[in-house]
Design a protein around this ligand. Structure first.
Ligand SMILES: Nc1ncnc2c1ncn2[C@@H]1O[C@H](COP(=O)(O)OP(=O)(O)O)[C@@H](O)[C@H]1O
Ligand SMILES: [Mg+2]
Length: 105
């Protein structure tokens, strides 16, 4: 199952996503959270702390600046850029998909 959480700034996206991800993971579901917000602070809600959250942001900045190689696949993205968060959630901060195949998003 894939769930996308969207809405205006301040409408509760990050809070809702954090609660959903942690609840699913605690229930035993393999849970991958992808933060594609322009202000990617989901790491705070997921409990990895400020420093690790900022590190994830800087990875995306590096990919966008071309100093870090774009992930070649979804698996590569999770492997190289994902971090383990409490409750068993895996989290990555993501940027635009290059050459998406039909149905990819
Ligand atoms: N269901 C809710 N009830 C009350 N306050 C909430 C609720 N969800 C989020 N908030 C508060 O609203 C503010 C914005 O939430 P946030 O999740 O950061 O929004 P977004 O990610 O959409 O910008 C935060 O201070 C958060 O604690
Ligand atoms: Mg937010």
């Amino acid at each position: 199952m894939k769930i996308a959480v969207v809405g205006k700034g301040g409408s509760g996206k990050t809070t809702t996503t954090g609660v959903l991800a942690r609840t699913f993971a605690r229930s035993g579901h393999a849970t991958l959270a992808l933060d594609c917000d322009s202000n990617p602070n989901l790491g705070i809600s997921l409990g990895i702390g400020e420093e690790a959250t900022e590190r994830l942001m800087s990875v995306r900045d590096a990919v966008d600046a071309g100093t870090e190689e774009h992930a070649s696949s979804a698996d590569d993205l999770v492997e190289r850029f994902g971090v383990e968060a409490p409750d068993g959630v895996r989290l990555a901060v993501v940027t635009a998909i290059q050459n998406p195949e039909p149905g990819c998003p």
